[in-house]
Design a protein around this ligand. Structure first.
Ligand code: SF4
Length: 674
């Protein structure tokens, strides 16, 4: 048996592990004792990572739709057909009639090539990926406040914080190895403050768990800021030396006393005052995830957390900062690579003439100047007929996007859909052409974890069937469309990324062997960066943004009296495409459920384990009731992994005006016992 070191596929923690390979098959997993995050441990997903690789449902040959059904076809014919269709659409309707979806499941190199394909080959900035649905507001908000849209500090530093404010993250389920660092911090004496509508496993060791109404985050954060300023606990030196616009913030939070916001948030004023005082007095780290970002106020929520950190001088120092936990293993990297509608790699703006000229010189072609469409906008445009062709790499919008009935109609309306994936996803079922890709075990490349750590994945086995790496498929398609993309391998693609992307400037494969490097890593001798903004923010001065509370787009009313919030489970990953092929993980959580407070259940006559109809203005599903005091009255929770019970049939596609992230965390529903 051989052991091949690689990076886990299932979350942004970026644990390293060994694939145990016997006779050309991956038969098991061994943790890596030396890796800085995993340190010999893995969660249930990591330990069972190998179970999907040889699943008999893997796509092994290209498929084409003929007379309504999918037929096997050779690679040459599939790629020629795809290239011809895309060329015709481009000629007839223009480049902006086509859109591309990159993927947080694919490598940095593949995402980089996908944005290059979209911009240089098709000629459109209609390129985006599922970061739009999870942390687009983080990228926008932290860039506005600090100049850099990523986790400010490293995972290792969490253990030495004296106060941790954890909000909108069920960390033990979604980022288990980061949760273990939070537990270590508490063991060392840190005070853990949790603000979350649901009681989570870490609530058991928290100093306080305050349960706010979903969508009220700006109000409680402003109230904490109000309290800190009123008590004179803000860091005056830090504010005067390192920030701007404090007076605007001070004015804006005057009306947000903890007493006044209680009506909005449901949090007792004395609790909010207490945690604000504790936060201001500590080496305090803010950790958050999609409970903060997936709102029409997502950018405002992130800006508010940035305000709180700067107010108390908790940025640019070890064990502090504003730390978004990224969901997919490479969602940070896919953003870094410019698989976004408005930026090239390294967040260099499409709208900036110098940046565009730099990429035009490198790619040898004129680039589009208009900003493109985002994930939800692409689907809207497909529905209205403005987008005719869609090229999807490793994404599954039919299950991941809000209001999936609307997405289904949009996809049906396309003239041409090509999907590149390892399994026949819900989206691939609508495709005209399906291109079989390899899994992470069959290729080389890099993933960038939530702490900005760029790490290698290594090839352990040969491709299954005739499947091919995503980067090879993109290059072949590109050549057929008249733009020569040729690379020896992923390492050469990374060299091109480094030459064009200052934050990755010093990164090359030979430097990544020992547990990778955290960006910014601008030069070949730079050791990488543990925490950002030391001495100076990326944008110069940190900028306070006065933010006002706004209600969620859809509030409960007499017809739809409950707030639905959605999320993930420990055992599953995103749309379940991969984890639901794992026998062990599927056995642990095989069915969709809805969490209901006992008082609500009693009122509606719902018994634990019985079937319930949950309905919003957009659709209905019938999950099993799980009655728990862990959820607030009038709020219900449904995980979104299950195709047969798709929670996103119910969710609202209203967008944050800046980041264009949909409000997946709040919509109004009604329920009845069946
Ligand atoms: Fe994989 Fe995340 Fe679990 Fe680590 S914590 S083993 S990266 S799923």
């Amino acid at each position: 048996m051989s052991k091949v070191l690689t990076t886990c596929l299932y979350c942004g923690c970026g644990c390293n592990l060994y694939l145990d390979v016997l006779d050309g098959r991956v038969v098991g997993i061994t943790p890596s004792k030396e890796h800085p995050t995993s340190k010999g441990r893995l969660c249930i997903k990591g330990f069972n990572l190998h179970e999907f690789i040889h699943d008999e449902r893997r796509l092994t040959k290209p498929l084409i739709r003929r007379k309504g059904s999918l037929k096997e076809i050779g690679w040459d014919k599939a790629l020629d057909f795809t290239a011809d269709k895309l060329k015709k659409l481009k000629l007839e309707y223009g480049p902006d009639s086509i859109a591309c979806l990159a993927s947080a499941k694919c490598t940095n190199e593949e995402n980089y090539l996908m944005q290059k394909f979209s911009r240089a080959v098709i000629g459109t900035n209609n390129i985006d990926h599922c970061a739009r649905l999870c942390h687009a507001s983080t990228v926008a908000g932290l860039a506005m406040a600090f100049g850099s849209g990523a986790m400010t500090n490293s995972i290792d530093e969490i253990e030495d914080a004296s106060v941790i404010l954890l909000t909108g993250s069920n960390t033990s389920e979604q980022h288990p190895l980061i949760a273990s660092r939070i537990i270590s911090a508490v063991d060392k004496g840190a005070k853990l403050i949790i603000i979350d509508p649901r009681r989570i496993p870490l609530s058991n060791i928290a100093y306080k768990h305050l349960s706010q109404l979903p969508g009220s985050d700006v109000a409680w954060i402003n109230a904490m800021i109000h309290t800190i300023i009123k008590k004179g606990l803000h860091d005056k030196d830090f504010i005067s030396e390192r920030t701007e616009d404090f007076d605007k913030l001070k004015e804006a939070v005057k009306e947000y006393s903890p007493k006044r916001v209680q009506k909005i948030t449901g949090i007792k004023p004395e609790d909010l005052e207490d945690v604000a005082t504790i936060f201001a007095g500590g080496t305090s780290s803010i950790i958050y995830s999609m409970g903060i970002t997936q709102h029409t106020t997502g950018t405002d929520n992130v800006l508010s957390l940035a305000n709180l950190a700067m107010l108390t001088g908790n940025v640019g120092k070890p064990s502090t900062g504003v730390n978004p936990l990224r969901g997919h293993q490479n969602v940070q990297g896919a953003c870094d690579m410019g698989a976004l509608f408005n930026v090239y790699s390294g967040y260099q703006k499409v709208a900036d003439d110098d940046s565009r000229r730099k990429f035009e010189d490198a790619y040898g072609i004129k680039m589009p100047t208009n900003t493109g469409l985002t994930v939800v906008e692409i689907m809207d445009a497909a529905g209205s007929g403005d987008i005719k062709g869609l090229y999807v790499m490793g994404e599954n919008p039919l299950l991941s996007d809000p209001d999936t009935c609307h997405v289904e109609k949009a996809v049906e309306n396309l003239d041409f859909l090509v999907v590149q994936d390892i399994f026949l996803t819900e989206t691939a079922e609508y495709a005209d052409v399906i291109l079989p890709a390899v899994s992470f075990a069959e290729k080389e490349g890099t993933f960038t974890s939530t702490e900005r750590r760029v790490q290698l994945i290594r090839k352990a086995i040969e491709p299954i069937g005739d499947s091919r790496s995503d980067w090879e498929i993109i290059c072949d398609l590109s050549r057929r469309m008249g733009y020569d993309m040729a690379y020896e391998g992923p390492s050469e693609i990374m060299d091109e990324i480094a030459s064009l992307t200052p934050i990755y400037g010093g990164i090359s494969y030979d430097r990544l062997e020992d547990w990778g490097l955290c960006w910014p890593c601008p030069t070949k001798d730079h050791p990488g960066t543990r925490y950002l903004h030391k001495g100076k923010f990326s944008r110069g001065l940190g900028k306070f943004h006065p933010v006002k509370y706004r209600e969620p787009d859809e509030m409960p009313d007499t017809e739809y009296p409950f707030i639905l919030t959605t999320g993930r489970l420990l055992e599953h990953f995103h749309t379940g495409t991969i984890t639901r092929k794992s026998q062990t993980l599927e056995r642990e959580e095989p069915a969709c459920f809805v969490e209901i407070n006992p008082l609500d259940a009693k009122r509606l006559g719902i018994r634990d384990g019985s079937q319930v109809r949950v309905e919003s203005r957009r659709g209905s599903i019938t999950p099993i009731a799980r009655i728990t005091k862990g959820i607030k009255e009038n709020v219900v929770f449904i995980p979104f992994h299950y195709r047969e019970m798709a929670a996103n049939k119910l969710t609202n596609s209203a967008l944050d005006p800046i980041a264009k992230i949909p409000e997946l965390k709040v919509c109004a529903v009604k329920m009845e016992a069946l």
